[in-house]
Write a protein that binds this ligand. Sequence first.
Ligand code: PMP
Ligand code: GLN
Length: 388
Amino acid sequence: MPFPNPIFNDLPTTIFTVMSAQAIEHGAVNLGQGFPDEDGPPSIREAAAEALIGGPNQYAPMRGMPQLRQAICNHARRFYDIPFHADENVVVTSGGTEALTASIMALAGQGSEVVLIEPAYDSYRPIAEAVGARVKTVKLMPPDWRLQEDALAQAVTPDTRVLMLNTPLNPIGRAFSREELEGVARVLAHSNAVAVCDEVYEHLIFDERQHIPLITLPGMAERVVRVGSAGKMFSLTGWKIGWVTGSKVLIDVIAKAHQFITFTSSPALQLGVAYALEHEMDFTLGLTKALQANRDLLAERLPRIGFDVLPCEGSYFLTAGIRGLTNESDRAYCERLVREAGVALIPLSVFFSGEEPDHLVRFAFCKKRDLLEQALARLERHFRVGDG
Ligand code: PMP
Ligand code: GLN
């Protein structure tokens, strides 16, 4: 195999797979990879199971089952008053991951520029590079991780075609404020770029904050696509049903990328998700409360161990500094902790390029209370908290 694509040949296996494998190897509590350890509502699974037995079981329409596209539009209207049409403004994809890939492939091309806000989810860069785009970054700085309009304006050039914007942001749990988003809108309005908004954690936002889709800001309807994921909304991450919504012009071209990535995904799972969006949003809203309580548990107990906990406004994730505990890099520390303390975490440096901060780790708290208690007990034992 002499000439594989260097973008993928040189790419390490994603950290989530690496840390989950180490968690299994060492019998560790896995607070690394972000997946809930409790499946979403039985009624959703029953709706999908019924469709699996009763059909349809052949290819779903390329843009998705009509029932699901309609449910996605109803959801956008109910929560954000966005007037999408099921025939024009939606493509159903195989998870948020495919939605992001199809959007980048469709909107950025050879020689164009894609702007990432770091820390950035790890799938954006390799896909942008694989399509021949140059990646530029705007780096947020701890502890407040504020998105500055002038920093963004500097990164965006006439060649920029895509800005990737993730809110609530994995891994740091930032939910951008209206003021920050207004800054983004001003920069976009004077550019040749559109924003691909990764909003897979849109409902997982805490302390009565409201999620603000950038697409709802004045002038942004033609400039933004929104990516969603049923996995996150209904604790069914293995289903890999996601979607992209936006203007007809943008969705038409994204659908053309989607038709040659996966073409379509399981009709039964799509019907399960259509049912979920219409009947089980209370589950999602309740999940948010449970996650907030989990965040609070970690935020209270981790500082006693020596972690320097940073604020978390949404998502599945809490981040913390490790300099009170070690001088090692975050990666070395996570690899040692999984062996010695039996707790798997994610080093934050994997979400940065260049001279990254390497003193921060990510805890996934989308877990049962018992498991979080178990992880805390292991860490407390390891660091001898309470031994006086
Ligand atoms: N974007 C972000 C920010 C994520 O954290 C994830 C997965 N956890 C995805 C996209 C991918 O979503 P999906 O699992 O639906 O492919
Ligand atoms: N997005 C999840 C996380 O951040 C992992 C998804 C995956 O493993 N691909 O942990």
